[in-house]
Design a binder for this molecule. Structure first.
Ligand code: PLP
Length: 405
């Protein structure tokens, strides 16, 4: 089979692959606990379903404008005003098939071959591959102090004449770390001084704990919006538990939004109509589900942190938000892929190896499922890793027997 060099250079999304594996094992009746997931388990808001159905009931499901239907753009403008205190126009909005596609068309619109995009590690698994798909070069900045919080100086020292953009995700997948106001202010300043795009992936920015709120990039920008190169990415997947609808958006300067819309018009002709209607229902509807989800996740964070205390050699950084925790398991096993395979094979717990996020020795553990799954999943991990734990563990109606040291 002859495939392009590009196709051969891009690997499958490891997290989506794990979802498929967990589903296959469950189908076979295996008592799998999936701590590798990346989506809330709550239902989509009723308003989303009702509004989506309204379009379906007409039976007239047609092409939409490639960059999004006007009513959804209007709702996103309102959202931007309410949550970012920023006044934008329909021409600043591109609605896409998920935040992922918004990011992808953005990268296609700004990168020439070998242009560099800087992002800190740990990073979302898709960033390096997406930058490469857009013929750019990913440049990873790993905090030297071993934390999840890079300094502005570390980001700045990675800037070269080829740098086009800095890409931040806060709170962060996989670490849950939320970057400080000082850091965000410093990076905005750096981008404005060096004429770089600042891409702010805010997909988790409503899912923040401890009564804190996420610093907003616009608060620090000194340039008028049309001259600023700040782009904010968001979507309905996480805050409304609507991953399957695949609706995200970008808020960008007009000229860039136009270019992104053009690319999208040639790629997909735009996001699915029913999904846009659903997203509109969610944005205009009852908002209580967002807070319910946020507070349920905060309660689950407490559960995972408490459960992890049983593993005395694991180093845990308390997540500021999201539904991920990214503990350091290197004292048990340095190779995170090997550790994830071991946990899946021995105790049927799915985790995501830190290697995939550019941070070896760690595992990403999701607490977006039930508290029971979190507790049982961590208990199984503890049993697997602690040689002093009992020789047997009851799992569903199976009995696991330790056959390793
Ligand atoms: C950091 C980050 N950005 C973007 C996305 C993509 O979200 P969407 O489902 O809207 O494409 C994800 C999904 O996991 C994510 O973790």
């Amino acid at each position: 089979m002859s495939l392009s060099q590009l196709a051969m250079s891009i690997s499958e999304s490891p997290t989506l692959k794990l979802n498929a594996l967990a589903a296959r094992l469950r189908e076979k009746g295996e008592p799998v606990i999936h701590l590798g997931g990346g989506e809330p388990k709550s239902k989509a808001p009723n308003d989303a379903i009702v509004h989506c159905k309204k379009l379906l009931d007409t039976g007239e499901v047609r092409y939409t404008p490639a960059d999004g239907i006007p009513s959804l753009k209007k709702a996103i403008i309102q959202y931007t005003q309410d949550h970012y205190h920023q006044v934008v126009e329909p021409q600043n909005i591109v609605v896409s098939g998920g935040a992922k596609q918004a990011l992808m068309v953005l990268l296609l619109a700004i990168l020439d071959p070998h242009d560099e995009v800087i992002f800190p590690a740990p990073y979302w698994v898709s960033y390096p591959e997406m930058v490469r798909l857009a013929s750019g070069a990913p440049v990873v900045v790993t905090p030297q102090d071993g934390s999840f919080y890079p300094t502005v100086g570390e980001i700045e020292s990675a800037v070269t004449p080829r740098t086009k953009a800095i890409l931040l995700n806060s709170p962060n997948n996989p670490s849950g770390a939320m970057y400080s106001r000082e850091f965000i202010a410093g990076v905005v300043d750096l981008c404005e001084q060096r004429d770089l795009y600042l891409i702010m992936d805010d997909i988790y920015n409503r899912l923040v704990f401890d009564n804190r709120t996420c610093p907003l990039v616009y608060d620090f920008s000194k340039k008028p919006p049309e001259q600023s190169k700040v782009v904010v990415i968001n979507g309905v997947s996480k805050m409304y538990a609507m991953t399957g609808f695949r609706i995200g958006w970008a808020v960008a300067p007009r000229a860039l939004a136009k270019a992104m819309g053009n690319i999208q018009s040639q790629q997909t002709s735009g996001p699915s109509g029913p999904s846009q209607w659903a997203a509109l229902g969610a944005l205009n509807g009852d908002q209580s589900g967002v807070e319910e989800l946020r507070s349920a996740l905060e309660a689950n964070r407490a559960v995972i942190l408490e459960s992890l205390r049983a593993l005395d050699r694991v180093k845990v950084t308390k997540p500021d938000g999201t539904f991920y925790c990214f503990p350091d398991f290197s004292a048990y096993m340095a190779d995170s892929q090997e550790l994830a395979n071991f946990l899946l094979e021995k105790v049927r717990v799915v985790t995501v190896p830190g290697k995939e996020f550019g941070f070896e020795g760690h595992l990403r553990l999701s607490y977006c499922g039930s508290a029971k799954d979190v507790t049982e999943g961590i208990a199984r991990i503890q049993w697997a890793l602690d040689p002093n734990a009992g020789a047997e563990l009851a799992v569903g109606n199976q009995k696991l027997v330790r056959d390793w040291a």
